[in-house]
Structures are given as C-alpha cells and as structure tokens.
Design a protein around this ligand. Structure first.
Ligand SMILES: [Zn+2]
Length: 467
C-alpha cells in the first residue's frame, strides 16, 4: 500500500471514531421521563445504524440481528473445513457510556475533539475506542474477502453500564435458544499496563480470565421521627455508625486464588528475574495460601488495586439521614458495595456482613442486580486452555514487548451474563495505559491516544488472522 493510501485510511478511521463519540449514548438517569428514555433509546438505535453505514464491507459479509436498541448480534459465517462445527469465539462489546459532568471537562464530552494526538470524549476508552477498532479491523479484513475458519459471532450491548439486564442478558438467552456454545469469549477488560508497579518496567498485558462478583447492600436503622430538641438516648445514626465501624474492623478474610497466585509469581519474576517461574511459582504461592498475603500487601505497599485482588472488598458508598439539620431522621441508611472473590457467593457475603455487624437493629437488603464471581477456566490460570495461544499471539502482534499475565478483573463486565455459553472468558482491552490514562475512565476528560487506537486495530486484525 502506498503511504498516501495508508494515511487516507488512518484519517478515515479517526473520523469514524470521532463520529461514534458524537452519538450520545449515555442514559438520562434514574427517574427520567418517558420522553427522555425514548430519546436515549433513539440514540442507541442511531449508533446501531451508524455501524451499518460506516462499515459496508463487513455488513455485506455478515448476518445481523437487531434484538432491541440494547442488543445487536452478528454472525460472520465461517469458510474453513470445520465451518459446520460449533463456533469458536464470541466477541462482546458495548456502545453505551456513563453520564458526564460536562462542566468539569476541558473538551466537549460528546464532541470527539482531536487535540495533541488524543481523541477526547465520553466512551473514548470505555469502550467506543476498542469497539471502533474492532470494526475497523473487521471492515479491512472483510474488504479483502477474509472469512474466519469457523463461525465468528459478535454481541453488542447498549446498557452494560447499567448491568446489561436489557442487552447482554437477553442476547445470552437468545443465543442459548439457538443452541449455541462458544469455545471462548472475548470481552472488554484489563489493558496493557505500564508503570503501574514499582520497579517493573516491562509492559504487562493483563488477560482478565476471572471476574469478581458484585453486590450492593443497604444497611438501615429505623427510629421514631421527631424534633431534634428531644433526641432519644440511642440514636439510629449512632447504631448505624457502630455497624460500619465493626464492618471496617472485620474485613473479609484474605484469599489467594490460583489465577492471582500466577499473576503475582509472574510479577515478582519480572522484578527479580530468575527467582520465580510463572506457573510453577504460582503453585508455590498457592500452597502458601493466605499466609503469603501480608507479604504481598507489604511488597506492593498496600496498593488498593493489589489488595482488591486478594479479598472480597467492602466500599462504603452512600450515607443518609434526615433532610433537615433540626429533624430526627426516621431512618439512618448506608449503602455498601461489595466485590466478591471466588468462592464467596452472594448468600455467603450476606451472612458474613450480618455476622460482622452483629446487631439485630440493622436491617439489610440487596439493592439492584447482584452477581456471583465468575471463576476462571482452570487452564487459563495455568496460561493455557481455549483461546490462550490465540490471544497471546494477537497481543504479541500489537504489544511485542509486553509480558502476558492472567488477571482477576475487579470490575464487572457484560460477559458475566454469558457464562452458561462458554467455559472460558478473556476480558482484555488492547490499549497501553499508564495509571494517569486509566483515571480518565468514567472520569473527566476521558481520552484515547491515536497510538492506542491504532494498536487496538492491529490487535483485532491479528486476532482475525488467527481465526
Ligand atoms: Zn465498559
């Protein structure tokens, strides 16, 4: 290809990325009017239509189903001798984004501005950047007549940021209804991280093969409302405060899952080459079990990201009393958000919190959607198993200097809804991010460098070539 054509192609890809950001696929917030909801759904539909117009070669090559504004499915028919067999891979993505506080941005969050080698906008990282990179790679392949060896499926959701109950959950049921199962699934997830851990200079490609569960709990203490001039002797807020204090003094027990053990073994091996040997070192750490946890916490200086990999975490996120300074509340209320590590189930976690609080005056209830942790395919923890080689080779094509590590995702993804359809899931976002880059996800001035955008295209192109 001449340099001129290559530049034109890159310009086109950047322009399509910017257009994707300009489609406002955030949601209007809880308690929005029916009109606002309808307008939001129209934007999700507009995004689905945008893909058709932007990627004509891909759309000529595939079958497409629009299940709703929240769910879009594609089948790219296989052409190899095994094409009649079960499909190998399902790729997941989402086109909704979280809302913005526009006043705190230096750029228009839905403008797709290009400044200093970065594209700015809500969703640039999470995850329109990767989604557009996926479609750019698919369009280029389709334009050259490429067909995967076996059927390749894509499922896109429009409500991942709100738990995926309308999108991913329904799509999973629809796929199951067609009797489909996949050798492995690829969803968004952990990136290639740089400069995250002290004295480790190698970029780390983190394959999120395990995912923590999600549980929001309300803790509430009732009391008779009344005038603040005559408070009762025991007040609801004090009972609630005592409960929260007890909970913070009784953290969930630490645990070293096999995936996490291999992760740390590889990490320590990169820090002290020769001392640790990846999977075998992981087995040693696993044998030491929770005993090793305080050493890991110390070695990584209490890094919250590291601690989150070692136990079920409890985040105290909301606290509420009365609406006025001189009125006793009828209820003091707190919300805690738990991220469950395997094998803690939702029920186990409820029992643990009730035990830690140890006070019958505190009422507990689950808020919203709770999900159990998703354990890894046993082979993925040993850096093998369905999809591992393919993923490793695709990552090497885009990030040749990175070390690949199995990883536990501490955040939730749409892939949790698809667990009945597969044995193993990878959660990986093919971008190279520093801690500063990561802070813009769901934050202000979310942005992606053009370099990362093109690395992601290279990753997906390499991935398709391997399928
Ligand atoms: Zn996301």
């Amino acid at each position: 290809m001449t340099l001129y054509l290559e530049i034109m192609e890159k310009e086109g890809a950047i322009e399509r990325f910017r257009r994707a950001i300009r489609i406002k696929t955030d949601w209007p917030g809880d308690g929005a009017s029916p009109e606002a909801l309808e307008a939001a759904e129209a934007q999700l539909g507009a995004f689905q239509d945008f893909l058709v117009k932007a990627y004509p070669c891909f759309h000529r090559a595939v079958e497409r189903w629009v299940l709703s504004p929240y769910a879009l499915v594609y089948r790219w028919p296989g052409a190899g001798p095994e094409s009649g067999g079960a499909p190998e891979l399902l790729i997941l993505a989402h086109y909704d984004v979280v809302p913005v506080e526009a006043a705190k941005w230096s750029a228009d969050p839905f403008g797709g501005d290009l400044k200093g080698g970065f594209i700015y906008g809500r969703g640039a990282q999470d995850m329109k950047g990767s989604l557009i990179a996926l479609f750019e790679a698919a369009e280029e392949r389709a334009g050259r007549g490429f067909r995967p060896r076996r059927d390749l499926w894509f499922a896109l959701g429009g409500d991942e940021e709100r738990s995926g109950l309308l999108g991913a959950r329904n799509t999973a049921a629809w796929l199951a209804g067609r009797g489909l199962r996949f050798s492995w699934i690829l969803d968004e997830g952990s990136p290639v991280i740089v400069d995250q851990f002290p004295s480790i200079t190698t970029p780390l490609a983190l394959f999120g093969v395990e995912e923590k569960g999600f549980l929001s709990l309300e803790l509430a203490v009732d009391q008779k409302p009344g005038h603040a001039s005559q408070p009762p002797r025991v007040q609801a807020a004090a009972v609630l405060g005592r409960a929260l204090l007890r909970l913070s003094r009784r953290p969930f027990p630490a645990r070293l899952n096999p995936v996490v053990a291999v992760f740390f073994s590889r990490l320590l091996g990169l820090r002290n080459p020769g001392r640790s040997r990846g999977v075998r070192g992981g087995a040693v750490l696993t044998a030491l079990g929770p005993l090793i946890v305080p050493f890991l916490a110390l070695a990584f200086r209490g890094n919250p990201q590291v601690l989150a990999m070692l136990r079920t975490t409890v985040a105290m996120t909301q606290l509420e009393g009365s609406a006025a300074d001189n009125v006793m509340p009828s209820q003091a209320r707190a919300v805690i958000n738990l991220r469950l590590i395997d094998p803690w189930t939702v029920d186990d976690a409820l029992n643990y919190v009730a035990w830690a609080v140890g006070d019958g005056r505190v009422n507990m209830r689950i808020l919203g959607f709770a999900s159990a942790p998703v354990p890894a395919h046993p082979e993925h923890g040993r850096m093998g198993g369905p999809g591992w080689d393919t993923m490793q080779r695709a990552a090497a094509a885009a990030f040749p200097d990175a070390a690949v590590l199995p990883f536990i995702m501490t955040a939730s993804t749409d892939s949790r809804h698809y667990q009945e359809l597969t044995e193993g899931t990878f959660r990986f976002s093919p971008m190279r991010l520093s801690p500063g880059d990561m802070s813009s996800v769901h934050g202000h001035d979310e942005r992606v460098s053009l370099e990362n955008f093109f690395l992601a295209i290279r990753f997906y192109t390499a991935l398709f070539e391997l399928l």
